[in-house]
Design a protein around this ligand. Structure first.
Ligand code: HSE
Length: 432
């Protein structure tokens, strides 16, 4: 910390990597909430250095010194580094160097934490990670501090703002996937490569961090089931609504005996569920733990100001000297494969529109021990392909082990009367 020559006060001097959405949000907040931040931190927080690929002259960086070299942030005139560049390689180098020097560093980068966090957690240097998961929701400090005396049994959540924004726009405005994604990018929600969002990787990285803090296990993506939202159609969203559900992209982490179930995928959630109407860029995390029972946190999961809010929370704790270190255990944290998990399923089966087809489908499901709970087949939905009429048969099944469902789907797909890919979406029946 430096003494400011004009005020005679201590100042926390920040070296910030990046000038993107979150970095701009942080500059705005430091300016807008300066008085409150100074009071809470016990000193002003000032960005004294910025390092980024390009200077972006339209952004007011005040008195900060700009450099294109990230190493400039490790200079002695920086008290805390803030890493907001995203990506893995350069971020890893910067974080490792800062930690080696004992310089506190705050990051919003779940990708680098998911791949290298095990080397850094449990160390003595300060690594602030609040902004890496669920944007403005203080879920990491909740797990690390507030719930640290609980044994956590499970957590479920909506942890990718872009996916939630896209699914909501498709559902509520009938937007196309492409238009909704373009809008999410314009609003600064999506990753530089939005494939990480829509393919579920970003959510899986976040889930691996949540699971590590919740269950005291190492961070790993191994055996985490990862499915994105590109297979979900506006038609699925409509049918789901008719059946009393919404479709959301969810992350689930649960103790299952000696193993842990970790998965991210689209899911039907009952419209009356605690997180059934979490819409737009919002995220939500529900934690089930043995002392507290259940807690729910909801808030904006992406975007400049909400994510900067989380960065700032870490910075203020560092200024106060109260930042608590991460503590995760070293036990194996072996995962239960998705084929061994059990769910109900939404199925959308493109079936020939002729007598007897329904019976063929029913026979296959029955042979796999899978019951049908709600079925919709609409005459108005009949379509023609190559002169052959077909119609979606939509249903929600009873609970089944995933391996049995996979087997039933293989057999359904090989029926002559099934005219295309059967769409399958798990139903999230959270036992709160
Ligand atoms: N792309 C991420 C999301 C940003 O949409 O959730 C916040 O981590």
């Amino acid at each position: 910390m430096a003494i400011n020559s004009e005020s005679g006060q201590n100042v926390l001097r920040i070296g910030m990597a990046g000038l993107g959405t979150v970095a701009q949000g942080l500059l705005t907040l430091l300016n807008q909430n300066a008085e409150r931040i100074t009071r809470q931190a016990g000193m002003p927080i000032e960005v004294v250095r910025i390092a980024s690929r390009s200077r972006k002259p339209e952004i007011d960086i005040g008195d900060a010194v700009f450099d294109s070299d990230l190493e400039s942030l490790l200079d002695d005139d920086v008290d805390v580094v803030v890493e907001l560049i995203g990506g893995v390689d350069s971020a890893r180098e910067l974080i490792s160097s800062a930690l080696r020097q004992g310089k506190p560093i705050v990051t919003a980068n779940k990708a680098v934490l998911a791949s290298h966090g095990n080397d850094w957690f449990n160390g003595s240097a300060v690594l602030g990670i609040e902004a890496s998961v669920a944007g403005g929701i203080p879920i990491m400090s909740t797990l690390k501090n507030g719930l640290s005396g609980n044994s956590v049994d499970w957590l479920v959540g909506i942890i990718n703002g872009t996916c939630n924004y896209i699914l909501t726009a498709m559902d509520e405005q009938g937007s196309s996937f492409t238009d909704a994604l373009a809008k999410a990018q314009e609003l600064g929600y999506a990753e530089a490569d939005p494939g990480f969002d829509v393919d579920g990787v970003d959510a899986a990285q976040k889930l691996s961090l949540l699971a590590a803090l919740a269950f005291d296990i190492p961070i790993t993506l191994d055996d985490t089931y990862i499915e994105g939202i590109s297979g979900v159609t506006v038609e699925d969203l409509r049918y789901a609504r008719e059946l009393g559900f919404r479709i959301r992209h969810v992350g689930v982490a649960r103790r299952n005996g000696e193993k842990f179930e970790t998965r991210v995928h689209p899911a039907l959630i009952s419209a009356t569920d605690l997180i059934g109407d979490v819409s737009g860029v919002a995220n939500a995390v529900i934690v089930g733990a043995n002392a507290v029972g259940l807690i729910l946190l909801v808030g904006p999961g992406a975007g400049g100001l909400p994510t900067a809010s989380a960065v700032l929370g870490d910075l203020i704790e560092i200024a106060r000297g109260t930042y608590s270190r991460m503590r995760i255990g070293q036990n194996e944290g072996a995962r239960l494969p998705i084929v061994a998990t059990e769910s109900r399923y939404y199925l959308n089966i493109p079936a020939a529109d002729r007598p007897g087809v329904f019976g063929e489908i029913g026979d296959i499901l029955r042979q796999s021990g899978i019951s049908m709970e709600g079925v919709i087949q609409k005459q108005a939905a009949v379509r023609q392909t190559d002169g052959e009429p077909w119609v979606p048969i939509v249903m929600v099944t009873g609970r089944a082990v995933e391996a049995s469902m996979d087997d039933a789907l293989d057999r359904l797909s090989s029926l002559e009367s099934v005219r295309g890919r059967v769409r399958r979406i798990r139903v999230a029946d959270f036992d709160y």
